[in-house]
Design a binder for this molecule. Structure first.
Ligand SMILES: Nc1ncnc2c1ncn2[C@@H]1O[C@H](COP(=O)(O)OP(=O)(O)OP(=O)(O)O)[C@@H](O)[C@H]1O
Ligand SMILES: [Mg+2]
Length: 311
């Protein structure tokens, strides 16, 4: 019998729509599969499931909706792709069932995901800030965000990261008997002179030094892997470094700049309908970018400033 592997879950989100999350996670999956890792890619983008299109799968007989609605075992929804070692669980674009998912059901989804037989389980969470996205993101082993070098996307990304950490902090404080403390403090932040998450934690410290210390630890362990997509020149590459420092300074989290992907001019033709049944072809440069990103994420490393100068 095939030996069951212990898997690692990576989740991709990012706040704004259309930054390339689905494209990037599909490429990450293909790369991991090419180095002989068994990968299952799950489309949990409840509003705009389209992962299947990236793998030329037209009809979606089995989708993640069946797990939520009819308690169909998650492993029976795994669908083969043309790529060796890579399988997907398609999402359901028409379903509204996800609007009402309870936290317990999300935990159940996670415990089923953990039992899937693969080395890596990748979750395409889609854009936006809703609680489903944030909760699944928080449960992952690696939290990955994809953004583009545009001010609106970057603002959305910060908002997303802040909301995500805030939700985690709120949960944590609740466990230690400070239910709603973070929420109330944030709502009254003007009077309390709280501008950043770090200020908020200082406020927690004033209430209880012990719990404040736990919150600080949590903040330090909160690692976000940033991918900058659709980059067109070296000044845009550098934006990733600024993004990372702002995360560290303003939010206090340990953000890692995992890498960037150049704007791939060959890409547009890959998603045309006539190409639907074919595997997506990307440029060699994009393949290299993806390889570097995956290696960095696995090793908790980031790109060095020198790399961007040489390219
Ligand atoms: N590096 C790139 N170079 C060129 N085009 C790209 C690149 N990355 C993504 N795209 C294009 O951008 C569009 C959006 O990509 P994708 O669907 O992956 O975004 P998304 O973030 O998943 O969107 P959504 O938030 O709607 O789920 C696609 O049409 C894709 O062709
Ligand atoms: Mg998408």
């Amino acid at each position: 019998m095939h030996k069951k592997t212990i898997n690692e879950i990576w989740a991709v989100a990012g706040g704004k729509g259309g930054t390339g999350k689905t494209f990037v996670i599909s490429q990450i999956a293909s790369y991991l599969a090419s180095i002989n890792k068994k990968v299952i890619l799950i489309d949990t983008d409840f509003g705009g499931a389209n992962l299947h299109s990236f793998f030329g799968i037209e009809s979606r007989k089995k989708t993640i909706k069946d797990f939520y609605k009819d308690d169909v075992p998650l492993e029976s929804l795994v669908t083969k792709t043309k790529i060796k070692n890579l399988e997907i669980i398609p999402g359901d674009i028409n379903s509204t069932i996800f609007d009402t998912i309870k936290y317990n059901k999300k935990l159940k989804l996670f415990s089923h995901i953990k039992k899937l037989d693969a080395d890596y389980i990748l979750l395409d969470l889609g854009g936006g800030f809703n609680k489903n996205i944030i909760d699944l993101f928080l449960l992952a082993d690696k939290m990955v965000v994809v953004t583009v070098p545009e001010i609106t996307a970057i603002e959305n990304l910060f908002q997303f990261i802040k909301s995500t950490f805030f939700r985690k902090l709120n949960f944590l404080l609740g466990i230690y008997g400070l239910k709603n403390f973070a929420k109330d403090a944030w709502e009254g932040r003007t009077e309390k002179d709280i501008a950043t998450i770090l200020d908020l934690i200082d406020h927690v410290k004033e209430e209880s030094g012990n719990i404040g210390g736990i919150a600080i630890k949590e903040l330090q362990n909160f690692k976000i892997n940033i991918i900058l997509n659709k980059v067109r020149d070296s000044s845009e590459i550098k934006e990733g470094f600024s993004l990372k420092s702002i995360c560290v300074k303003l939010i206090g989290i340990s953000a890692l700049y995992s890498g960037y992907i150049e704007y791939d001019n060959h890409f547009w033709r890959n998603l045309s309908l006539t190409q639907l049944s074919n595997e997506i072809n990307i440029s060699l440069k994009t393949k290299k970018d993806i390889k570097r990103i995956v290696t960095n994420i696995i090793n908790e490393k980031q790109i060095a400033i020198e790399i961007s100068k040489n390219e």
